[in-house]
Design a protein around this ligand. Structure first.
Ligand SMILES: Nc1ncnc2c1ncn2[C@@H]1O[C@H](COP(=O)(O)OP(=O)(O)O)[C@@H](O)[C@H]1O
Ligand SMILES: [Mg+2]
Length: 351
């Protein structure tokens, strides 16, 4: 029975709907689709929707809704996004609403104390490395090279290199770029230069077994592979130079974080007990190494909400794969005992 009003005491026995919560905070009301995501059961879920459709807003709404209803404490929420600006905006949005919520005195004050952990994917990887590098026998104090410093280091290596370069016809600045790209790709796929040489031998065997001369496409494949192989000694010198200086670049850092996460299950246990709910913004831009990292830590049915726009991938050129978005239900399956009613995929229509 509704009496038209209820006391805060009565209220705490009942779950606030996303719309009620928005009204309480003087926020625009969520659409039906947004409300579904905000109040989805605690399990993995992905939202695939276009730019400006309200995905980031929905993430903020979900944090506040979960906190307001006592499902999670603010400091047990981890939110990740790509830029520091976006991270600061999300943190601020959530912080303000929690503050407002406290002011309404409609929820027990203890529920809304504290702030969620919001950071960029890179700084989250950096934090894991700082905490757990020793597990992989790496000094946690290893310094991070800026992109400019990485460029300078490789430029010096390229400048003094006297090994064979006959397959490489581009100018030195382009060689520097290609060495950095190849080093980055290898890090992103947790591969070594020897893996690339192995691919070369595999290709050569197949070509040698062909009954006739290879066609144009195959010849091109072989040429590309030879060029790549000639860059490998430079990639290896870059790796040695970094090791000698006790530095790593961004690619190394994410790769190390992914190695830590995949090889040391106890790290996942620590992270999952620290963060009961995980929100991943701009998920379409995550790289392969970031996917491995997140999947190893939170791919056990943990409540992970990822949002992304398949048409918006801006990092395609550096290994991001929009495929991560469509692969989400496989990478982050439901817990083995399924939670009733949990939906793995939501759609937000264009607003
Ligand atoms: N239900 C809503 N009612 C009113 N405005 C909304 C609603 N959902 C989102 N917005 C606003 O729409 C804009 C785009 O939302 P945002 O979450 O940044 O989109 P996306 O992350 O999908 O690109 C923001 O200004 C946001 O505040
Ligand atoms: Mg957004």
């Amino acid at each position: 029975m509704t009496t038209g009003w209820e006391t805060a005491r009565e209220r705490t026995t009942r779950v606030l709907t996303p719309t009620e919560l928005a009204r309480l905070l003087g926020q625009p009301e969520p659409t039906v689709e947004q409300a579904d995501v905000i109040a989805a059961p605690l399990g993995p879920g992905v939202v695939i929707a276009g730019a400006g459709s309200g995905k980031s807003e929905t993430m903020a709404g979900r944090v506040v809704w979960l906190v307001a209803n006592g499902y999670v404490r603010p400091e047990h929420v981890l939110g990740l996004t790509f830029t520091r600006k976006a991270a600061a905006e999300l943190a601020e949005r959530v912080r303000k609403r929690l503050e407002q919520l406290r002011a309404t005195e409609q929820v027990p004050a203890g529920l809304v104390e504290g702030d969620p952990a919001v950071s960029t994917y890179n700084s989250y990887a950096a934090r894991l490395v700082a905490d757990h590098a020793l597990r992989e026998a790496v000094e946690p104090s290893t310094r991070l090279l800026s992109q400019g410093q990485a460029w300078q280091l490789v430029a010096r290596i390229v400048g003094s290199y006297d090994g064979p370069m006959d397959a490489i016809t581009v100018k030195p600045a382009t060689v520097v770029r290609r060495v950095l790209d190849l080093a980055g790709e290898l890090a992103d796929h947790l591969r070594t230069p020897d893996d690339v040489r192995g691919v070369g031998r595999w290709i050569d065997e197949r070509v040698a077994a062909l009954p006739k001369r290879p066609g144009k496409d195959t010849a091109e494949l072989v040429t590309t592979q030879r060029k790549r192989e000639q860059l490998l000694p430079l990639v290896e010198r870059y790796a040695r130079a970094k090791a000698a200086r006790e530095v790593m670049d961004y690619g190394d850092q994410v790769a190390l974080a992914a190695r830590i996460a995949t090889r040391h299950p106890e790290v996942g246990m620590i992270e999952r007990s620290r963060y009961k709910v995980v929100l991943l913004d701009e998920y379409q831009d995550t790289s392969h190494a970031q996917l491995l990292l997140l999947r190893a830590l939170f791919g056990d049915g943990h409540p992970v909400t990822a949002v992304g726009d398949p048409c918006q991938s801006i990092y395609g050129w550096r290994g991001a794969s929009a495929g991560n978005l469509t692969g989400f239900p496989t990478d982050f399956p439901e817990a083995r005992t399924p939670r009733p009613g949990s939906a793995a995929r939501h759609e937000l229509p264009q607003r």
